[in-house]
Write a protein that binds this ligand. Structure first.
Ligand SMILES: NC(=O)c1ccc[n+]([C@@H]2O[C@H](COP(=O)([O-])OP(=O)(O)OC[C@H]3O[C@@H](n4cnc5c(N)ncnc54)[C@H](OP(=O)(O)O)[C@@H]3O)[C@@H](O)[C@H]2O)c1
Length: 256
């Protein structure tokens, strides 16, 4: 927050990709509750995005929704331009948009492989590239990775490869942006209750057994909640200003 010469308060501006549902939506609502002006970016889920915006506005927060396929360069540029036009700049980017198809590598189709690479890797590079150009000095870039980069769970080869790539980009950008006081970190969530996690379990032949096995492997004995991730985003964006280039596992300890 800063105060203008006319005495107006300038609240920081945050773009959240994948902000229409799940972890991204919870992050958007948490940032808005802390007076960030938020841009909820999504692909197809317009009703979800509009509901998220309405909820924030009902609580006197500021939010807009922008549909932008993160794998489309022109759409990503438009997203950042829209944020600047609406709120005057960009201070925080939380990149949560991603897709997952979990299957052994031999069973994944080329279409499924290409879809994860295009959205999760190409899309991450495009979002990170615009973030690196547009985040104002002193801001934060926070990428959502996954605990699978540490526990190498079977069935997640391509998804893990894309998230490992995102972690690498995070570390390089921490060096490239540090001289502007911009911190760049990744959060690696463990299994967290969202649509992505639900459909991952539903696509498994024994989903309920898998859920119990995951809980059993987690020292803190439960599946994560989106709030568990949002709490760490808030801390990174506002308080933890001497932490950069890190992958912070927020996973109940599943990937120690
Ligand atoms: N949930 C977990 O257990 C878990 C664990 C580890 C890591 N993560 C990571 O945490 C992040 C959030 O996961 P989640 O579970 O909240 O996911 P989710 O419920 O499936 O939501 C995904 C979000 O990404 C958006 N999205 C997907 N493809 C997009 C594209 N091409 N362009 C723009 N937006 C796109 C979706 O928008 P539309 O609905 O409009 O398509 C949606 O808002 C992801 O990066 C995921 O990999 C999740």
């Amino acid at each position: 927050m800063s105060i203008t010469t006319q005495g107006h308060i300038n609240h920081p501006v945050a773009i959240i990709t994948g902000g229409s549902r799940g972890i991204g939506r919870c992050i958007a609502e948490s940032l808005a509750a802390e007076h960030y002006q938020v841009i909820i970016s999504y692909q197809n889920g317009t009703p979800n995005a509009e509901a998220a915006v309405a909820r924030i506005r009902e609580a006197a927060g500021k939010a807009i929704a922008v549909s932008a396929d993160i794998a489309d360069e022109a759409a990503v540029t438009m997203l950042f331009d829209t944020a600047e036009k609406a709120f005057g700049g960009v201070d925080v980017v939380v990149h949560a948009a991603a897709v997952l198809t979990a299957k052994p590598l031999t069973e994944l189709t080329i279409t499924e492989i290409d879809s994860m690479i295009t959205t999760n890797l190409r899309g991450s590079l495009l979002v990170n590239r615009q973030a690196a150009k547009k985040i104002r000095p002193g801001g934060s870039l926070i990428n959502l990775s996954s605990a699978v980069t540490n526990n190498h769970a079977a069935g997640y080869s391509v998804y893990t490869a894309t998230k490992a790539g995102l972690e690498a980009v995070t570390k390089v950008l921490a060096r490239e942006l540090g001289n502007q006081g911009i911190t760049v970190n990744a959060i690696a969530p463990g299994p967290t209750e969202t649509e992505m996690f639900k459909s991952d379990l539903e696509n498994s032949p024994n989903g309920e057994q898998m859920r119990q096995a995951i809980i059993g492997m987690t020292p803190l004995g439960r599946i994560g909640k989106p709030d568990d991730i949002a709490d760490v985003v808030l801390a990174l964006a506002a308080k933890m200003r001497w932490v950069t280039g890190q992958v912070i596992h927020v996973s109940g300890g599943i990937a120690i």
